[in-house]
Design a protein around this ligand. Structure first.
Ligand code: PRX
Length: 567
């Protein structure tokens, strides 16, 4: 039983007011996430409590108390203000998981600017589209990522400042570039926090769509109300926890539950800025005495693959609670975790658009391995009949996962794309784009996506974006991108390609094209396989039928092909 009561107890008389009260917020008050995550915790008497313990692959660890993160976020906020940036401006964070990423995020929010976190692994084209679409005024980055920014600078008239962390002693700065050193800048104690209100924009996360380029999901400061309470109830974060969220803040998990929820709850969290390796992950848990661990199925499957023996070599007795997000968590992984860690991974389901966990397994609730659990109290989730656009009258059938669009951290729109936002609704319901079925006790069982989006290692990749990038390669005439099964990442990107005259599918052309995509987009968007074909299946109107290629890869029935061109 959890310390905060059973799921059924919490459902009764639920109101988001519970969260507002705990945070001391009343409608109409100023609400600033940066303040709630730092100043408020200090005011509650926890100024000297560790907030962030950071460890990189090289170099010494760094430790920050709540007072340290309060001062450092002030310093960054003051610095950005000094550059002339104003509330509402978009400031991109393009960094590895270094402390400045976490502190910069809070600093940006404190001055009412909008934080746009992007994965540092993004190639120049992925970066360009997102910076340009957001019309970002500044980017905070590291020296090693500057070349990617320089490459696209001419096409970014809105980008006035490139703020480089760790530039010391390096080559001279170029146009629009400034060097910033947090330690040298010194702490800023007296600081005017921007009086953001509930609906003031806070964070812009880009996510992949089925058609068209990625969309910027706009969140507001009021999202805190849901991130705080889901952190407390769904993740069961407690005051004495040492929390480890393995997600990168380039992904919504890394901001909602890697910054906002733990800090607003005054919890100590640790960050490991290094790639995945079973041995180093277990060592990290042992050394840091991690008690709450939030991770993702691909990592869990990789740990399973590394075997049980390596688990036994480490003292992981500090672990109290484990949760997972991002992809279907297969029942085998839950059963394995129970066997080796003595506790199951609790699956949680949500999206960039939802801003917080919306369906999940909770402490105090029976975990059904393979199920995503039940809607968070205050969230109405249903399985919709795709024909009638209304909930099925009885459980059991697979349909669309749909939500009543009324919880505090729901997105407010897609950036500059209200039309795409409106398309997310049917019959008054918000359509997630996922399919699931309900069982008799109200548990949701994930069935798959309802579109062509590829979920590789928990990251959504748009086939459209990869196809567009492929067409820029000189040898590619046409392409179709689908997923193919993978034992660890669940699915990976596969491209079918037809070549332009004069090119042959010779040795290494596939590797060259793969590399081309990796550099332009990202390692995850890179096709793991390229199959050169003479032609692609198309409808009579000339549209490429990805569905047929997808079915072939997954060994599924091809289904209706009556609209196929060469039938
Ligand atoms: O398809 C679902 C899958 O990830 C999508 C959301 O991805 P993103 O916006 O990148 O945010 C992920 C982090 C919150 C969903 O539409 N997904 C997420 N969690 C689960 C999941 N699929 C199955 N089970 C989950 N627990």
């Amino acid at each position: 039983m959890s310390h905060i009561g059973s799921y059924d107890d919490r459902l009764k008389n639920f109101s988001w007011n519970i969260s507002e009260k705990e945070l001391g917020y009343k409608p109409g008050d100023v609400i600033n996430i940066g303040w709630y995550c730092t100043d408020r915790i200090c005011q509650m008497g926890k100024a000297n409590k560790p907030a962030l313990i950071w460890e990189g692959s090289t170099g010494p660890e760094k430790r920050y108390t709540y007072n340290d993160i309060r001062l450092a976020s002030n310093t960054i906020g003051a610095y950005l203000r000094g550059l002339g940036l104003q509330a509402g401006d978009r400031v991109c964070l393009f960094m590895d998981k270094i402390p400045e990423l976490y502190l910069g995020f809070l600093g940006i929010l404190k001055i009412g600017e909008i934080a746009q976190p992007l994965f540092s692994a993004f190639g120049d084209e992925s970066l360009f589209f997102r910076l340009s679409n957001a019309e970002a005024s500044a980017v905070i980055t590291q020296k090693k990522h500057v070349p990617k920014v320089r490459k696209i600078l001419d096409k970014l008239p809105h980008l006035k400042h490139i703020i480089i962390v760790g530039h010391e002693g390096a080559a001279p700065l170029k146009e629009r570039e400034v060097a910033f050193n947090l330690e040298k800048a010194g702490p800023v104690d007296a600081f005017q926090i921007h009086p953001t209100m509930a609906e003031s924009p806070s964070v812009l996360h880009y996510t992949s769509g089925t058609t068209g380029m990625p969309k910027g999901v706009k969140h507001v400061h009021y999202s805190l109300i849901a991130q705080y309470l889901t952190g407390k109830w769904a993740l069961d974060l407690r005051d004495d926890d040492i929390y480890w969220c393995t997600a990168d803040p380039g992904w919504v998990t890394g901001t909602s539950y890697g910054i906002i929820a733990p800090f607003s709850l005054g919890v100590t969290q640790c960050v490991l800025d290094a790639g995945f390796q079973a041995e180093s992950w277990y060592k990290f848990i042992e050394k840091r005495r991690v008690s709450m661990w939030y991770s993702a199925p691909t990592a869990i499957r990789s740990l399973m693959k590394a075997g049980d023996e390596i688990v036994k070599k480490h003292d992981l007795s500090s672990l109290r609670h484990l949760a997972s997000v991002g992809e279907p968590l297969n029942s085998e992984a839950v059963v394995w975790s129970q066997k080796v860690f003595g506790k199951p991974f609790y699956d949680t389901y949500w999206q960039t658009e939802t801003g917080c966990i919306v369906i999940s397994n909770y402490p105090g609730m029976e975990v059904r391995p393979g199920s995503m659990g039940k809607p968070f109290p205050g969230v109405t989730g249903v399985v919709l009949d795709p024909v009638k656009n209304e909930p099925y009258p009885a459980p059991g059938k697979i349909g669309l996962v749909a939500l009543k669009f009324d919880w505090p951290s729901r997105m407010r729109t897609y950036w500059n794309n209200e039309e795409a936002f409106q398309k997310k609704f049917r019959g008054g319901w918000y359509i997630t784009g996922d399919r699931a079925r309900l069982d008799n006790e109200g548990y949701f069982w994930f069935a798959g996506r309802d579109d062509d989006i590829i979920n590789t290692a928990g990251h959504l990749v748009s086939p459209f974006e990869v196809e567009s990038a492929l067409l820029e390669h000189p040898a590619v005439a046409e392409s179709a991108v689908v997923s193919k099964p993978d034992p660890i990442n669940l699915e990976v990107v596969k491209a079918f390609v037809t070549l332009k005259p004069g090119f042959t599918a010779g040795k290494d052309l596939d590797l060259e094209i793969m590399n081309f995509i990796r550099k332009k987009l990202s390692p995850l968007a890179m096709p793991q396989e390229i199959e050169f074909v003479a032609g692609l299946p198309k409808t009579r109107s000339g549209k490429i039928m990805r569905r047929i290629l997808h079915a072939k890869e997954w060994g599924e029935e091809i289904g209706d092909t009556s609209t196929l061109e060469n039938d």
